[in-house]
Design a protein around this ligand. Sequence first.
Ligand code: FAD
Length: 444
Amino acid sequence: MSEPLVTVLGAGLAGCEAAWQIAERGVRVRLVEMKPHKMTPAHHAPGFAELCCSNSLRSDALSNAVGLLKEEMRRCGSLILRAADTTKVPAGSALAVDREAFSHTVTHCIRNHPLIEVEEREATEIPGSGVTVIATGPLTSEPMAAQIASLTGQDGLYFYDAVAPIVDFSTINMEVAFFASRYDKGDADYINCPMTKEQYDAFYQALISAKEAELKEFDKEGQKNPKVFEGCMPVEVMARRGYDTLRYGPLKPVGLVDQRTGKESYAVVQLRKENCEGTMYNLVGFQTHLTFPEQKRVFSMIPGLENATFLRYGVMHRNTYLRSPGFLNTVYGVRQNPDLFFAGQMTGVEGYIESAGSGLVAGINAARRARGMEPLVFPRLTMLGSMANYVGEGGIGDFVPMNANFGIVPPLTQKVRGGKSVRNEAISARALEALDAVLSAIKE
Ligand SMILES: Cc1cc2nc3c(=O)[nH]c(=O)nc-3n(C[C@H](O)[C@H](O)[C@H](O)COP(=O)(O)OP(=O)(O)OC[C@H]3O[C@@H](n4cnc5c(N)ncnc54)[C@H](O)[C@@H]3O)c2cc1C
């Protein structure tokens, strides 16, 4: 029998982490990367694991969800974290890196691993046999995107994100906001944030003059072709059409009576449940192009959201990603094809570290599959496990890409005294204990 070989497509953050995890388990890897012959519109350097925008890998503190994710990955022997830790630059409590040194370190480790062979070419087909991990990223080249679409069906692959901000339920001020459905029809599923005329005036002026994020050339394409945004208009663009446009659209107040006052308001922002547990809510109709700081400033003017924690901000940009829930399982494997895995941003995780984290889980499981072993499902209490669960099982409604956050992790069962940061640290301690138990029991 020939030695098992796993093919990994794409040497970005997820692909490199996956290849490393597979090779470290004694399984040979063929890593296919189209650089430097062909570049995506956002990649410019020849090395692997290119950070194409910010050089920050965000917080390194255990009171922060992405800080927890990093610590879990370190304990699992992550290549991306090892490279980041050795090339870091001073950035307070965040982990930021020298991007060239970081990419150089990852490239060096990959190219010098005795079990990894690199093929520099564009992958245009999904291999018909053997275990494969597809990690070609949010800007996957066209022939590969077409291949993936033929596997998922056109409805199974999104090409653009048009996502409204999501807030942490526990940080919404429910003394101001209230549950109700319009005209009391059905269950009172929506959270309503009522506005007086004065509050609406102030919010409206702030919204129409807020700073928008700069568009990349390839995002402008999406703007020219409104079809790709499926009719989603940014809330600030809608607002600029006229003072009352929002009050006849997403901020329509009619039929929404606050039982505490018995009255309808001048305008109402509605929030809809994002997950079954009801720990996350999205702002209905608030897909937006505003910069993240401006979203925080302007949307915190909404009564009830003054101190809300934004678990993710709204975005509208090019992003190829799968409608993963039901298509992938909770180890990033295709449910209908146990030899095929996906990893990275295209699975619906969002962010550098999250992409690498999904590559770690997919890589470990691709190696196990190649060696005829059972999958390793990471515990729900860990951030790695909760992210994989979010991707495979999904929230409710439309599936939207998600950063690591504490809203996707099961809540603490015991009361913890102290502020949010202390509670988050308790969630992290619980996660690391669950992870250590799995890692010490694992046989590979
Ligand atoms: C413009 C942009 C800016 C972003 N900025 C940030 C940020 O600042 N912070 C953050 O946390 N996240 C950011 N993200 C989101 C995300 O974290 C990154 O895209 C991240 O690099 C995703 O990792 P990945 O491994 O899934 O894909 P990538 O890192 O993009 O890796 C995919 C690799 O596959 C290769 N490839 C593509 N098609 C093929 C093919 N057919 N054959 C062979 N190789 C192929 C590419 O060349 C690339 O090397 C950004 C995304 C985009 C699009």
